[in-house]
Design a protein around this ligand. Sequence first.
Ligand code: AMP
Ligand code: MG
Length: 349
Amino acid sequence: MKTEYVDLRDGKDVKEGLYKATEIIKTGGLVAFPTETVYGLGANGLDENAVPKIYEAKGRPSDNPLILHISDFDEIKSLVKEIPDVAFVLADEFWPGPLTMVFKKSDIVPYRTTGGLESVAVRMPSNRIARELIKAAGVPVAAPSANSSGRPSPTKASHVLEDLDGKIDMVIDGGTVDIGLESTIVDVTGEVPVILRPGFITEEMLSEAIGRVKTDEAVKNLSPDKDLKPKAPGMKYRHYAPQGKMTIYKGNPEKVVKIINEETAKSEGKKTAVLATDETKRYYKADIVISVGSREDCESIAHNLFDALRSFDDMGAEIIFSEGFDESRLGFAIMNRLHKSAGYNIVNV
Ligand code: AMP
Ligand code: MG
């Protein structure tokens, strides 16, 4: 199949530019589109024949459910059995935006979309192209990240094409996304809301809005524990992994630089790379050094992380050393992704 590329980066004529994309979604095809978190791979989430195409294009395990994207709060009513009070408060506070909520699903949502679960995940994105597309399609759009399963999520249209060119009908280029990490997922079906995946909306922000909120124990640990199974099925898979062997070095930045340089020296003959920060990048001796921004600026680190991981692959990095980051607030989501990329290979310095 030929993947059509549509450039909407200048922000003009968005509605007109989406005409064909809308037709593709309505007729059961696949369109990758920008959201404020990462690029999504969209299909009609209520169409049992369209949804499997997402799994096939991504190589995604069939038990890993999809998030349904809506453009207006009223659209949620037909998708869920009930809307708990906290969900109204969270929607009021954070929608449209990078927050996904898990509800009990209604009968019209196919099990193919929910990976066989009785629950359904719903989000209202804020990105203008995403909203216009969903609204024009007139259906909830199932959209996981538009990468091949296991690779870092796409933050640019070129990342989508790297993975899915020839496997999907269309990609809409809306430029680089704002946030760069996937949405925060909160399960609101129980008595106390539970964070199943950390993201830009932090536990502190949620708790300020609704009071009590917990984080899934399996996610809180930041390291795998065979007795704890994550409640979001997708969180159990190895993910975001570059091809090279990656290790995270946590601790005092000066010591981290020293040890990474010692390890680089020991890795002669292999192509080495460092995921660094503005404060440290000039001190490293590896073949490839990429800064994800200042240590003081978590938003910049989140924004640049997946692009850096993909660049290591593009440049053929065989051994990758990464600095560790502060694990509070947004840093918790960053370290969650980084730990997965490194397959939980961590050295405390
Ligand atoms: P992605 O769209 O690639 O960010 O993946 C969607 C994430 O949402 C995966 O980690 C899924 O496991 C999670 N998810 C989707 N639906 C549900 C659900 N009903 N219950 C729990 N987690 C869900
Ligand atoms: Mg994903």
